[in-house]
Design a protein around this ligand. Structure first.
Ligand code: GLN
Length: 543
């Protein structure tokens, strides 16, 4: 049972504008409660009608975060996992699409016994059910944090807010708490912070029947107590629950700012939770390493969605974690693979100490990526290929080392005598694109004495996947004869999960997405070692 009679619910809504960092706020609050000894999980409610973000373009939605159980979810779940260090599941993200899908299925089954199916109560009941059953069934949660996507005033989020209103009534005031994240803009011409947008946003919330208990006020800099008093008065919120959430240099400071503002203590007091003193030492140490690095190293990311950095969220965060472990700031140089195709590689990689090719779909930019792999291989620059990046590494090796000139992946071209990356038999005749890739955690056995197994320090690993195409085993012997070793194999299917070059300082490709498992205090071993290799390269080559 996920919820007990003692479980408390904290709802987090957002006002005024989007992108205020509700995900980070939710994750930070989760961390502060977990550090007080509580069992916490976080549910993200997304108002869009897609069943999941899996079918959304990275330009629209940013990264798709994949959980161990193979759900394609909102990137905020990545923040939750990284901050509270708990695995999320498909129960931690519900969309309007999922809610309606399940209500419509019930209606078709006749479950509603002739009733007219309506937003209230049927859709709101389904939303409440998803909140009650958030998280994993065998864990008894002290606190379930529910983040509502979108901004107050959106038509789409109304059913979610109505469900929250009902749930607060049913579970009782002592068991529920509402936090509203809002913006207090600074108007330069007037030299003043303005509270009106916050007043209006809270007004809308109160019209719906939700009275916030706490306001997290995003602001550029410190706001005076008089202003907090004013906001509290107009919004009917206790002054000490009007929290200054000022801009910070790194998202990892947010829990520390909240703690200093008394957020954790306020929450536990109001909800009657126990209040073990939280130990933030490790977190503080991490933040101070991020903010005061001893050195820098530049790593290139050669991808297709380079204008929207959110598409590579987990990779960016993984480099922050790994960099901190080496007291190093990892500077990322974004290289647009398509531009390389028209303009050539030129000097794009002359000033970098490592090259990463991330995941991706479709053939735009593929030849640019393959040329990039060749450069990394020939110049001995540390290379890390993730999913599509590993596939490019294999195509490059087949073409330029094994003499298979037309080698390609069948996602990119069918004009090839050597389909070194191919579609799985089970994938060939699928009608639906949504939710049908190889998704979620799979085990992988690492060959002893390989660089990859040394880095992991483990013979068996489990990593998360999201792809349709695989290494074609027909060619593996040929690759190995020429110096590219299949170092990790899926024990059930025999599929190649990791490769490395024997004659190269650091050249590793992985079919899975290691970036999804990096945590703040536990950087992913591959990222940690890749940064180390880049530092070594830098000290030898000056770049
Ligand atoms: N497009 C490739 C595939 O489907 C790689 C996917 C990815 O990089 N996530 O296999």
């Amino acid at each position: 049972m996920a919820v007990t009679k003692n479980t408390k619910f904290i709802f987090i809504t957002g006002g005024v504008v989007s992108s205020l960092g509700k995900g980070i706020a939710s994750a930070s609050i989760g961390l502060l409660l977990k550090l007080r000894g509580m069992k916490v999980t976080i549910l993200k409610l997304d108002p869009y009608i897609n069943v999941d973000p899996g079918t959304l373009s990275p330009y629209q939605h940013g990264e798709v975060f994949v959980t161990d159980d193979g759900a394609e979810t909102d990137l905020d779940l990545g923040h939750y996992e990284r901050f509270i260090d708990e695995n999320m599941t498909r129960m931690n993200n519900a969309t309007t699409g999922q809610i309606y899908y399940s209500v419509i299925k019930k209606e078709r089954r006749g479950d509603y016994l002739g009733k007219t199916v309506q937003v209230i109560p049927h859709i709101t009941d389904e939303i409440k059910y998803r909140i009650w059953t958030a998280g994993h069934d065998d864990i008894e949660y002290d606190v379930i944090i529910v983040e509502v996507g979108g901004t107050i005033g959106d038509i789409e989020s109304l059913p979610f807010l109505e469900a929250i209103r009902q749930l607060c009534l049913e579970a009782g005031h002592e068991n529920t708490l509402n936090i509203h994240l809002t913006l207090v803009p600074y108007i330069r011409a007037a030299d003043e912070f303005k509270t009106k947008p916050t007043q209006h946003s809270v007004m809308r919330l109160r019209e719906i029947g939700i009275q916030p208990d706490m306001l997290l006020c995003r602001c550029e800099s410190h706001i005076e107590v008089e202003l907090k008093n004013k906001i509290g008065l107009f919004c009917n919120v206790a002054q000490n629950a009007v929290i200054e959430a000022r801009d910070v240099e790194t998202i990892y400071q947010v829990p520390l700012v909240f703690e200093a503002e008394g957020v954790g203590d306020l929450l536990v007091r109001r909800l009657g939770l126990r209040n073990d003193k939280p130990d933030l030492t490790q977190w503080e140490l991490f933040v101070s390493r991020v903010m005061n690095p001893e050195r820098e190293v530049t790593i290139a990311i050669c991808g297709k969605y380079t204008e929207l950095k959110d598409s590579y969220k987990s990779i960016i965060e993984s480099f922050i974690h790994a960099g901190a472990a080496h007291s190093t700031k990892v500077k990322l140089k974004w290289v647009d693979a398509e531009r390389l195709e028209s303009g050539g590689l030129g000097t794009s990689f002359d000033d970098v100490s490592g090259i990463l090719i991330p995941g991706g779909f479709g053939n735009r930019g593929i030849e640019g990526k393959i040329a990039t792999v060749q450069l990394a291989r020939e110049r001995g620059i540390p290379f890390f290929g993730i999913c599509l990046g590993m596939q490019c590494a294999i195509i490059e090796f087949a073409r330029n080392v094994c003499g298979m000139e037309s080698a390609n992946g069948s996602e990119f071209s069918n004009q090839t005598d050597f389909p070194v990356i191919d579609i799985m038999e089970q994938q060939k005749n699928l009608a639906n694109l949504g939710g049908t890739m190889r998704l979620g955690a799979y085990r992988c056995e690492l060959k002893a004495k390989t660089a990859t197994s040394k880095i992991y320090g483990n013979a068996v690993i489990s990593e998360r996947h999201r792809h349709r195409y695989e290494v074609n085993n027909v060619y593996v012997d040929e690759f190995e004869k020429n110096g590219m070793v299949a170092t990790g194999i899926n024990p059930k299917t025999d599929l190649v999960e990791t490769i490395e070059l024997t004659d190269h300082p650091w050249f590793i490709g992985v079919q899975f997405h290691p970036e999804l498992k990096s945590r703040v205090l536990e950087p992913h071993p591959l990222f940690r070692d890749f940064v180390k290799a880049a530092l070594t390269h830098q000290s030898r080559n000056g770049a």
